[in-house]
Design a protein around this ligand. Structure first.
Ligand code: HSE
Length: 344
């Protein structure tokens, strides 16, 4: 077996905690898969007092100065100081793994130019969509992406349609570790817009600025509308969709849409996500699975970590790096047209 692969973790919240547990509990299986033991050398947290963890707790600055780290995993979220930490780690030759969709959507191309940056966990958690688009489907021509990319709002809409109040449904999503630290990122659709921007960059190979994607959140929906839709044979889902025509014109938006009860997308329940990828040669592929929650996100981080330890290429990162000099694409909303009627 090869020498241990030494890792530093920044952030010990829901996802960081789940990852740290997996690294301890599944250490033998992970070593077999990676061809080498993976050793968690240190964990950076803002407040160390009284916390217990399976590795020494240090500051992020101290962690980044450790000379023997092969990889740094950023799971603190937000734009700063996460950007500075990732920049520093890449500049000093480390592999970096992150679940930070806001940061990858906004600055992924520039950061990925600095070194191997992996971000499978940034979109749809356990669903392996990022490397699938960048690696497995790289030789095809992808023409559209339609998906449910936010587990929090999917859970809230489902609970409300069954009679729960918006407030109770949101508290339940927070309790299960689905919601962002500031849940307005979920309910106002910033989170799925960032995820759609990442997927569209990988699928269409165009630079996408997430703020260019029109967003309509779920705040404007009330129970009467959800129940009324149900009586007419529809469920309301927050749908993220993007299409490209002639390889040039991109239409994209995130908004609540009416999904017919018998469509597969209507049965994507709770914190599940689904993504339908339409490809010119392969046809339409739909990937579905847990899209939020600590264990699901930790699984995707671990997949990237094993790829890094095995010296596999960071294909999605290389693809984003190739877009760094492009101007941002002009994006128009899909609006009331395909793929499903708008709910509001
Ligand atoms: N808040 C996000 C969601 C977490 O609910 O989908 C996973 O990215």
């Amino acid at each position: 077996m090869r020498a241990p692969y030494r890792v530093g973790l920044i952030g010990l919240g829901n996802v960081g905690g789940a990852l740290a547990r997996r690294l301890v509990d599944d250490a033998d299986r992970i070593a077999d898969t990676s061809g080498r033991p993976i050793v968690l050398e240190a964990i950076a947290v803002a407040h160390r007092d009284g916390r217990s963890a399976p590795a020494p707790l240090v500051s992020a600055e101290a962690l980044l100065k450790r000379p023997n780290l092969d990889a740094v995993i950023e799971l603190m979220g937000g734009l700063e100081p996460a950007h500075t930490y990732i920049y520093t780690a890449l500049q000093s030759g480390r592999q970096v793994i992150t679940a930070n969709k806001q940061l990858i959507a906004a600055s992924g191309p520039e950061l990925c130019r600095l070194g191997p940056l992996r971000f499978e966990a940034s979109v749809a958690s356990a669903i392996p969509i990022v490397e699938t688009l960048a690696e497995t489907m790289a030789s095809d021509r992808i023409t559209s992406l339609v998906g449910i990319l936010n587990g929090t709002t999917n859970s809230i809409l489902e609970a409300m349609a069954q009679g729960a109040s918006y407030a109770d449904a949101l508290v339940d999503a927070q309790r299960r570790g689905l919601a962002e630290a500031d849940p307005s990122a979920d309910v106002d659709a910033h989170d799925p817009a960032a995820k759609l921007a990442i997927l569209a960059m990988l699928a269409f190979r165009r630079r996408i600025e997430p703020s260019q994607i029109e967003r309509v959140g779920i705040g404007g929906l009330d129970q009467t509308e959800l129940l009324g839709a149900r009586q007419r044979g529809f469920v309301v889902k927050l749908i993220a969709a993007a299409t490209v025509s002639n390889g040039v014109s991109i239409e994209a938006d995130v908004r609540p849409r009416l999904i017919p009860n018998d469509a597969p997308m209507a049965r994507v329940a709770g914190a599940m996500n689904a993504i339908a990828v339409e490809a010119a040669h392969a046809g339409t592929l739909t990937l579905q699975g847990p899209g939020a929650g600590p264990d699901a996100a930790a699984s995707a981080v671990l997949a990237d970590l094993v790829r890094a330890a095995r010296d596999m290429p960071a294909s999605a990162g290389a693809l984003l790096a190739s877009l760094a000099d492009q101007p941002a694409a002009r994006i128009t909303p899909l609006g009331l047209r395909t793929p499903y009627p708008a709910a509001t």
